[in-house]
Ligand binder design. Structure first.
Ligand code: FE2
Length: 439
């Protein structure tokens, strides 16, 4: 007797309809027409079944704090920073935990089961670190939560920041963070990158820096980060987050830079929702977009994974823990609307995010963990187009969340009586070959 059987699913690689059999938290068989009984059977006809979503860049200590102590009326980065500064002295461990746990509930309903969150280490006492370490423990059976020690006000710009960062790592925070473009000088920024990479190398930890989240074409700390990653052999353990200044680099410099990033083996995590709103704010017209050079990075073999960054916090009033919304914005903002590129965008918020977080490859396969999401869409592109309803969210064979299909009831003479959003799409393309064409 199986624990769970998903009937007639479509897989992200185009296979389907196919059955997925689950026993003791693992996928035991993926095959057509499996003949076995199961405690739970989910009819997945015309549904995409994919690995759970991954958000490799988030700020859980600030999430859902919108309106505290006041709203960001201008929607700008500067007012957001000022607001967070006003909120920090008012934070309590209980309030941070409550918001974070509520966010994790929301994340589960969205099939988002792996999150890397930066945590501000500059509060005294370390309210956010204590709260999120406790949250990490509490959600560990259903969410992989990694924490990044983030010196929000700069490693050298803020007094005592390195001491706080080290303390947070001693307390159990998983990843070394930083913000070189926020240091007082370019030299201090480069020095902070070198120091942070050395701390990570000494402790055998990953690195994830807010790197060049700026419109300044001279903000080139990603170059130092790539060089230090190569020098110290940190390879796949390093992430450059945001990296928005790449849009402002001149083309010649960019063609020098991207192979160095590829050579280092580091990952790049752009955050299209927030950065399309925050960057280019001092421009008149034309206005720059706030993203890295994603097609160019992909072309030289860099793993690029979209992150969400913010949901209803001092910097961003919107967001809903929906990584399909993130992929949707990324596709538009880059732009990258070839069929292959849109399919890649789906993989970016599942497989790409997992690689950036250093997690095992979550591709659904026999013998692998039975962690997956059943989506009200037939393929990856349709899932992004519809920001598809998460019909079932499954972690190691356990159904964590279920939602009814989105279906409208129509009262129009001579027209269908109900409407599934997928009804209006042309037939699924089963021949799509992922990752061959990028843009
Ligand atoms: Fe961020």
């Amino acid at each position: 007797m199986l624990d769970l059987l998903l009937r007639s699913a479509n897989l992200p690689d185009g296979r389907g309809p196919i059955d997925i059999a689950v026993k003791d938290g693992r996928i035991v068989k993926i095959s057509s027409g499996i003949k076995a009984d199961a405690n739970i059977v989910i009819d997945s006809t015309d549904r995409l079944v994919a690995p759970p979503f991954v958000d490799p860049h988030f700020h859980m200590d600030a999430t859902l704090s919108i309106g505290q102590p006041r709203l960001n009326e201008s929607g700008t980065l500067l007012e957001g920073i000022a607001l967070w500064g006003e909120l920090k002295p008012l934070l309590t461990s209980e309030a941070v935990m409550d918001r974070a746990l509520r966010y994790c509930d929301l994340a589960v309903t969205q099939g988002l089961l792996s999150i890397r969150s930066h945590v501000d280490v500059s509060t005294t006492p370390m309210v956010c670190v204590e709260a999120l370490l406790e949250v990490k423990k509490r959600v560990s059976s259903y969410i992989d939560l990694q924490l990044v020690a983030f010196p929000q006000d700069g490693l050298y710009r803020a007094a005592g920041a390195e001491k706080n960062l080290i303390r947070a790592l001693d307390m159990g925070v998983d990843v070394v963070g930083g913000i070189p473009h926020f240091e007082r000088t370019m030299e201090d920024g480069a020095r902070s990158v070198k120091r942070l990479c050395q701390i990570a190398a000494d402790r055998d930890l990953p690195v994830d820096l807010h790197c060049d989240e700026s419109d300044d074409p001279m903000s080139r700390h990603i170059e130092t980060l790539a060089a230090e990653t190569t020098r110290l052999g940190l390879g796949g353990r390093v992430v450059a987050s945001h990296a928005t200044a790449m849009h402002s680099y001149d083309n010649y410099y960019a063609t020098k830079l991207t192979p160095l990033i590829a050579e280092s083996g580091m990952h790049v995590v752009p955050n299209p929702l927030i950065n399309i709103t925050l960057q280019g704010r001092s421009d008149t017209y034309p206005r720059r977009r706030g993203l890295s050079r994603i097609p160019e990075l992909l072309a030289v073999g860099v793993n690029v994974a979209f992150g969400q960054d913010c949901t209803m916090d001092p910097w961003y009033s919107l967001g809903s823990a929906d990584m399909l919304e993130v992929a949707h914005m990324g596709i538009h903002a880059v732009p990258m609307t070839s069929r292959a590129a849109m399919a890649w965008a789906f993989d970016s918020v599942t497989l790409g995010g997992a690689a950036a977080m250093g997690l095992p490859d979550p591709t659904l396969r026999e013998g692998g963990p039975a962690s997956m999401v059943v989506l009200q869409a037939r393929d990856r592109i349709e899932a992004i187009r519809l920001r598809a309803t998460r019909l079932a969210v499954i972690r190691e064979g356990r159904v964590l969340s279920q939602a009814p299909p989105r279906r409208a009831v129509l009262s129009l003479k001579g027209r269908p009586s109900t409407l599934d959003p997928a009804d209006y799409a042309p037939p699924i393309e089963r021949s799509s070959q992922p990752n061959q064409e990028r843009t």
